[in-house]
Design a protein around this ligand. Structure first.
Ligand code: TXA
Ligand code: MG
Length: 372
């Protein structure tokens, strides 16, 4: 009888699970038949995970509210956090946005397709579920050939957040997606690792001064060449995310400090390079002495300093582009390796470095160590 009870319980728990198929797709020349199959799922209101140049997206038809609802359920994401609408053709902008300001046209000319999301006034055709009831909508045109082909074949804009469980690190490979969403989505298009590795820059064009809400794949410096008045991200309140379906959208969505976190406690070290390494090494030794497994997330130039320390080293690369590309993989690999704690070094907050610093601060959830 007990066995039967447990079997039934298991059946109920897995009732909502669906088999997840992963299909490998050529990232440069996506196979037409595969894209057609994925587009048909989107048209039927199903979810499809697809690669973009930044991170993998969990996509649904942006004009079908029931499909959008599935995104929130699959991710475990509160309805108060609005979604980005992905388009493949600039003319669609007019159908989604009330009034496209001149600044938007200039930025679109310079950065689309690419990792820039614009916050614009929402037109009446945009479902409320996408905007979380806000009067604005986030729109971006990705440059990944698979993303563009899918949006075109679906014949509709595609709403897509990053394809991770809510609050976890964004996925930059199909393996990361599967680790978080296996059983929640029917199809993952595997286009290999994402080239940029951090999410798009979210730029608010609806407030008095154009302001970056989330630093990302397009740098502040590059944006300012086109629009010099753009403001850097403003300091965030330290809050956790606890909203539910019934709550109002937050004033500044996506600005929670705790976000993108690995499941393992993470500390960010700041300071001059030598002092940073010394402080990290001291922490490694202290924790090793207590029997803890320690992961360190560093640049290639730091490897030698940590060799023989007993820490599990994940080296991100040499250039800022390599570091951005491997950042989320590094956090996930150390987490999967079963370390008790992750210690990260910081990087200069310039260019892509601003987005890297932002993600590391979020991963650390405010646990920042100033190395003297
Ligand atoms: O690179 C990316 O942007 C990826 C790929 C898949 O395109 N997408 C992504 O989506 O990172 P998501 O949902 O994980 O992050 C979107 C961010 C959130 O912080 C959300 O709060 C913010 O954009 N956002 C969306 N609509 C907004 C709005 N109307 N006003 C302010 N922020 C908004
Ligand atoms: Mg996300």
């Amino acid at each position: 009888m007990n066995t039967l009870y447990f079997c039934l319980q298991e059946a109920v728990e897995h009732m909502h699970e669906i088999p997840t198929k992963v299909i490998r797709v050529d990232p440069f020349h996506p196979e037409v038949a595969i894209i057609k199959h994925a587009a048909e799922l989107i048209q039927k209101g199903q979810l499809v995970v697809f690669p973009t140049e930044t991170v993998y997206g969990l996509g649904a038809d942006a004009l079908q509210p029931q499909a959008i609802e599935r995104i929130f359920t699959a991710k475990g994401r509160p309805f108060s956090d609005p979604l980005i609408v992905h388009i493949a053709n600039r003319s669609i902008l007019q159908t989604l946005v009330g009034d496209v300001p001149l600044a938007a046209h200039k930025l679109v000319d310079a950065f689309w397709p690419g990792p820039l999301t614009l916050i614009l006034p929402a037109g009446p055709s945009v479902p409320r579920l996408i905007t979380a009831g806000l009067p604005t909508v986030a729109i971006r045109m990705p440059r990944h050939p698979i993303a563009l082909a899918l949006i075109r074949a679906a014949g509709s804009p595609i709403a897509a957040p990053s394809a991770n469980r809510f609050m976890h690190v964004s996925p930059t490979t199909a393996h990361h997606v599967l680790a978080d969403l296996n059983g929640q989505v029917p199809l993952i298009l595997d286009g290999g690792p994402c080239e940029v590795g951090v999410e798009s820059t979210v730029l608010d064009l609806c407030s008095d001064r154009a302001t970056i809400l989330r630093p990302g794949g397009v740098s502040l410096e590059a944006l300012r060449i086109v629009l010099p008045e753009i403001q850097p991200p403003q300091p965030r309140p330290i809050t956790n995310h606890t909203s539910s379906k019934d709550e109002l959208p937050q004033v500044s969505p996506g600005q929670m400090l705790i976000h993108y976190s690995p499941a393992v406690p993470t500390f960010l070290f700041e300071g001059k390079i030598e002092s940073m390494r010394e402080a990290m090494l001291a922490e490694v030794q202290h924790r090793r002495a207590q029997g803890e497994q320690v992961g360190v997330l560093v640049a290639n130039e730091d490897i030698i300093a940590f060799q023989g320390s007993g820490a599990q080293i994940y080296a991100l690369g040499n250039t800022i582009e390599q570091i951005a590309m491997r950042l989320f993989t590094g956090l996930r690999e150390l987490e999967e390796a079963g370390v008790h704690v992750i210690l990260c070094r910081s990087f200069e907050a310039q260019g892509l470095g601003l987005a890297i610093r932002d993600r590391l601060c979020k991963a650390a959830g405010g646990k920042i160590v100033q190395a003297e």
